[in-house]
Ligand binder design. Sequence first.
Ligand SMILES: Cc1cc2nc3c(=O)[nH]c(=O)nc-3n(C[C@H](O)[C@H](O)[C@H](O)COP(=O)(O)OP(=O)(O)OC[C@H]3O[C@@H](n4cnc5c(N)ncnc54)[C@H](O)[C@@H]3O)c2cc1C
Length: 396
Amino acid sequence: MSYCLADLDVEHVVLERGKLAQRWRTQSWDSLNLLTPNWMTRLPGFEYEGNDPDGFMSVLDLISMFDRYAADSRAPILSDTSVTGVERMGERFRVITDRGEWLADSVVVATGYCDLPAVPAASRGLPASITQVVPANYRRAAQLPPGGVLIVGASATGVQLADEIQQSGRQVTLAVGRHLRLPRRYRGRDILWWLDRLGVLNQPADEVHSIEISRHQPSLQLVGTPDHSSLDVGILQDRGVRLVGRVRDITGYGVTFADDLIANTAAADLKMAEVLTRVDRYIDRIGIPAEDSEPFRPTWPTAAGAPERLDLKSEGIGTVVWATGYRRAYPWLHLPVLDASGEIVHDGGFTPAFGLYVLGMNFQRRRNSSFIDGVGADARTIAEQIARSVAGVRVA
Ligand SMILES: Cc1cc2nc3c(=O)[nH]c(=O)nc-3n(C[C@H](O)[C@H](O)[C@H](O)COP(=O)(O)OP(=O)(O)OC[C@H]3O[C@@H](n4cnc5c(N)ncnc54)[C@H](O)[C@@H]3O)c2cc1C
């Protein structure tokens, strides 16, 4: 956003309560790599130019990249500055921080889509002796108390943590809800390369059947490792992870699971087959060089023997990891732009309050709006609107 505003000579300031890339610095687990290949780390005025375009950046490398990007673009970042209030003042906004106030003609809320963990209410039924962990607080398997681990949620985070914790020697049980799985590589290329080529990643919001449904799609079961291997529920089951259905209810140590494992894995496999068929057809149509379409054999998961109820105590499970996604909260935003669930109402980033914008939301304008690769296009659109309407920002 800052790069795009500077490009249009719009005076601005970036207020950050921590340091640049704070979430990556403080809320990532040790082994986390991006699941998007390096060539997809594209920002306004920046493209990856290293010698491993198909590799996956570690979080440390990503933070260095953001540091360099901010320095090169001379982004006016005020770190260690928490925004504690945003309210109307005449036609402008009064922005209150713990280090003084600002008056601004426009405000862009960029506090992140992955803001707070979305933990189901059922978690409150667990006894205190069970350790509950959310991914933002997880660093490594050794930090968990001894014993088995129940991981709830089988999207990108859930499958990555399930694999790591199972490989550390603990028995992992993975509660699998609705999910999407794709192989890491297909016909000689990374699956995201194909999705990029097909235009799936930057598909505009107004082209999808239902934006509400699309905004609530789970993230892909993918991991970024040096050997470009796939990771999904079938592979995890092969490695000894016990798959169960969605968590339905928790009473004390008793956890019941829905009988939906077959239905959810079958739906994911149907979707995978559809996407891979689209890739095959694209290859045939364009005549693009690709490896032959050898029969693709994913590791099929089986639901046989999946228990519908577990007693955590007798199973020796001492930890529950909630890999159940994210929510957002804006207690500092004193403007009538939040819906009943506290989400910012917006149309492609434009909120009902003139001059107030949001950036980085899931499927904000395109499918990749909440990804590093997609945020630039949305930032440009909003920056252009701000440039049209704004005279600048000044200290109150
Ligand atoms: C585990 C995980 C893995 C991911 N992997 C990938 C990947 O491989 N590729 C990819 O493209 N994307 C990935 N993402 C998505 C990633 O979140 C986005 O790509 C991107 O980093 C989000 O940037 P952002 O600036 O919108 O939000 P954030 O990085 O969340 O930044 C928001 C900032 O706002 C600050 N803030 C919040 N409230 C206030 C306040 N009141 N006052 C001042 N500052 C405030 C926070 O400190 C934070 O620094 C991943 C996300 C997660 C959680």
